[in-house]
Design a protein around this ligand. Structure first.
Ligand code: AMP
Length: 282
């Protein structure tokens, strides 16, 4: 595995792979790898001839009061993981190599970025879309793999790739969870022991809604109340950021569940902000 820091070097290597007709997979990450990242790398490896993993804590997707400076990092361990999973390149650029001091071009998908996580993180998806577009130009991947944990990110990247005609297939993979249901996240490292004990209830509340839909309840106001009651009883250390029932692709709110629906939520703890979602298709 090559560790490459220089964007131009990654681009020239990947372009020459393209000329050799080799199939390239890209897995964009911010590092501090866990089994969720590993599942993307494994699938990328399986579906391609060359696997590029990027590890870049992208400043543009953090708000001014967010956790950029304390975002968990363990490059040594991440290098070992990427190598073990068969990456051909681990691309670890410096912020200054990705953003010139006078960087001025941005990619936005406003329709899909204003709701859900976009409410409390207004510039977040602009930062995501821009860095992913840039990675697509550098790596020219045939496929790019993303986790459904960040569902909104996945639909934004998919729309961007389609609308801007990037020659890449976007693949979304299921959420990898701890045994107790908590979605794996680098930010779980911020949880106190008590918060960690309660945190699986973020997911359990959402699952409760799925069960109720199977039982025939389709009124989202009613479902929302049930989820909030579950959280109030079991996740007292969490504070709701949002809880939304939306169409899985256009992210528009759903009032009565009649087809595929995404139940998505974010919860603040003292130092973390956790997100999760479940997909319901009655
Ligand atoms: P991050 O390093 O947090 O930016 O995540 C990099 C990629 O891993 C994104 O596509 C995430 O959606 C994905 N990912 C993060 N956590 C999980 C998880 N628990 N299960 C599946 N994919 C995940």
């Amino acid at each position: 595995m090559d560790i490459v820091r220089n964007p131009a070097e990654v681009q020239s290597q990947c372009l020459s792979w393209r000329e050799e007709k080799l199939r390239i997979a890209l897995v964009p990450t911010m590092g501090f790898f866990h089994a969720g990242h590993e599942s993307l790398m494994m699938e990328g490896r399986r579906r391609s001839d060359r696997l590029v993993v990027s590890l870049f804590v992208n400043p543009a997707q953090f708000g001014p009061d967010e956790d950029l400076d304390r975002y968990p990092r363990d490059p040594e361990q991440d290098i070992r993981t990427a190598e073990r999973l068969g990456a051909d390149i681990l691309f670890m650029p410096e912020a200054g190599d990705m953003y010139a001091a006078d960087h001025a071009a941005w990619v936005e998908v406003p329709d899909l970025s204003a709701s859900l996580c976009g409410c409390s993180r207004p510039a977040h998806f602009r930062g995501v879309a821009t860095v992913v577009a840039k990675l697509f130009h550098l790596v020219v991947p045939h496929i790019a793999l993303f986790g459904q944990k960040d569902w909104q990110q996945l639909v934004i990247v998919r729309r961007m790739a389609r609308d801007l005609a990037f020659p890449v297939e976007i693949i979304g993979l299921p959420i990898v969870r701890e045994m107790d249901g908590l979605a794996l996240s680098s930010r779980n490292a911020y949880l106190s022991p008590d918060e960690r004990r309660q945190a699986p209830h973020l997911y359990k509340g959402l699952e409760l809604a799925r069960t109720m839909v199977i039982q025939g309840i389709t009124d989202t106001a009613f479902l929302r109340e049930a989820i909030r009651r579950h959280w109030a009883e079991n996740f007292s250390l969490g504070r709701e950021d949002y809880l939304s029932f939306v169409h899985p692709e256009n992210l528009r709110p759903v009032e009565r569940i009649s087809g595929a629906t995404l139940v998505a939520a974010a919860m603040f703890t003292l130092r973390a902000r956790l997100i999760d979602n479940v997909f319901i298709n009655p």
